[in-house]
Design a protein around this ligand. Structure first.
Ligand code: EPS
Length: 464
């Protein structure tokens, strides 16, 4: 069974990750894990802590000569800032008669401080803060970097891009393709494909910072090369849609997750005929395809062969330079909440963590579907599965010129109100008139499509 656990307080000695259930024979490149850790630390709006930390993973178990052996992998990421918190974060008992110096007693609205005080009854709110901190996402990112290296054997690619910071949002984020998101340069400050909009986002962050305030936003995670039919039918509660949204919701600050165009489609009042994606054959006649991807690659809890598109909405950070009103839990008196140093905006770091949790959820799904104690066994099972799907496709029919789209019927109650059009990915987005309906997502492009019968370890023989 694939599983992982992370541990470590924000200003403690460091973070620990244990990841179990990986097949043997995988080469794990530590440099690639460290590169992803570095990327998670970057972004316009990160706080002073990131100037202290230089996240690097140390391997304590599970690899021999850089390869998995089937045993759990343990990674440790030291916290450099622990040196500045040796006394406040000591794991040793306090000397007899002494008490905690400078306890935190004023909860921050929006943080876990007050709710955690109810739960654990700790007098020093630092006990809550230290464990509810987003510092833990460094360990998650390391786990995701391992998952990425495993999923590469199955041809899966996962990438994120920022679509909103504060009031600066992309008009048609679903038109951004996997390849465009992958092409975002490493030096990008907010990981937005629209560089002009990114400048506006940056200035919004600066303005919030100067005002002692914080900003939220949204990012998308895209996954390409995902095999069709993976996951579980969703009524078991184990559907891949439920697992992916839960994984993204577990990232600190994420307040909502949307699959494909699901939420925006409903808010735009799309009827079933416009909401769902017609099925067709792809140009190569080797698989079925869709003329649009509003479902975001998931139907009924299963992957449908189209790229996954998930949008996560991130709240503004709850630690404010100019804090909100609160009440001191020690005295009961009204007091401004604690205001330690913090970040102003965590996009695009949140996107890097979003990639990690999507990778981990997909890896769990792949290992459940294809199992295998060795990576070769898992890849062979995967390729046999794709071959079976290809074999069950009905014979190719003579391709006909597609019939012209019928003119909207005057009996269709929606057409007058909702003149939405489907555009090709990469086609420039026309400026919307004020109060225009939300644009629809772009069609799947060939570069995002899943190649069936991709062979990683040479040909396989299928017995029929
Ligand atoms: C965090 C507060 C800040 C962030 C931290 C999460 O840390 P500090 O209080 O030490 O300034 O920088 O995130 C990280 C340390 C990290 O590596 O992402 C919080 O309160 O959640």
């Amino acid at each position: 069974m694939f599983r992982y656990i992370t541990a470590g307080e924000s200003h403690g000695k460091g973070l620990t990750l244990i990841i179990d259930g990986l097949p043997a024979g995988l080469t794990i490149d530590l440099r690639r894990i460290n590169a992803e850790l570095a990327r998670r630390q970057e972004g316009h709006g990160r706080g002073a802590r990131q100037k202290i930390e230089r996240d690097q993973a140390l391997v304590f178990s599970g690899l021999r000569f850089g390869e998995t052996i089937g045993a759990p992998i343990t990674l440790h990421i030291p916290n450099r800032d622990w040196q500045n918190h040796r006394r406040t974060m000591s794991t040793e008992p306090l000397p007899k008669g002494s008490t905690v110096a400078d306890p935190m007693t004023v909860p921050r609205p929006g943080h876990a401080d007050l709710a955690g005080w109810y739960k654990y009854g700790r007098r020093d709110l630092r006990d809550i803060w230290e464990q509810s901190s987003a510092r833990d996402t460094a360990a998650i990112t390391a786990a995701g970097a391992i998952a990425r290296q495993v999923l590469a054997h199955f041809g899966v690619r996962v990438v994120s891009h920022t679509i909103r910071v504060g009031k600066a949002g992309m008009e048609d984020p679903d038109a951004v393709t996997l390849a465009q998101a992958e092409a975002i340069p490493a030096r990008s400050k907010l990981r937005c494909t629209d560089t002009i909009l990114e400048k506006v986002m940056e200035s919004q962050v600066d303005r919030a910072s100067n005002a002692g305030d914080t900003l939220g936003g949204a990012f998308q995670v895209l996954a390409g090369g995902v095999a069709p039919g993976l996951g579980r039918i969703s009524h078991t509660g184990q559907g891949l849609d439920a697992k992916l949204t839960a994984a993204l919701m577990a990232i600190p600050s994420v307040k909502g997750v949307e699959i494909g165009f699901g939420v925006r489609g409903i808010l735009a009042g799309l009827s079933g005929r416009r909401f769902h994606d017609p099925i067709t054959r792809d140009a190569g006649q080797t698989r079925f395809a869709r003329t649009s991807n509003r479902a975001g690659g998931l139907e009924g809890g299963l992957t449908n062969g189209e790229p996954l598109r998930l949008t996560a909405y991130v709240k503004p950070i709850s630690t404010l330079g100019k804090p909100l009103d609160s009440v001191d839990i020690a005295s009961g008196r009204k007091k401004a909440s604690e205001s330690p140093r913090s970040d102003v905006c965590i996009l695009p770091s949140a996107g890097a963590v979003g990639e990690a949790v999507v990778l981990l959820t997909l890896l769990e799904t792949y290992l459940e579907a294809f199992g295998g104690s060795t990576i070769e066994d898992a890849v062979a099972a995967h390729d046999a599965y794709l071959a079976r799907i290809e074999g069950q496709l009905p014979p190719a029919v003579e391709r006909r010129r597609p019939a012209p789209t019928p003119a909207p019927s005057t009996e269709d109650p929606e057409t007058d109100e909702l003149p939405v059009e489907v555009r090709d990915a990469g086609q420039p987005t026309p400026a919307s008139p004020p109060h225009s309906p939300a644009p629809e997502p772009a069609k799947t492009t060939a570069e995002d499509a899943v190649p069936l019968r991709r062979k990683v370890y040479g040909p396989i023989i299928i017995k029929r």
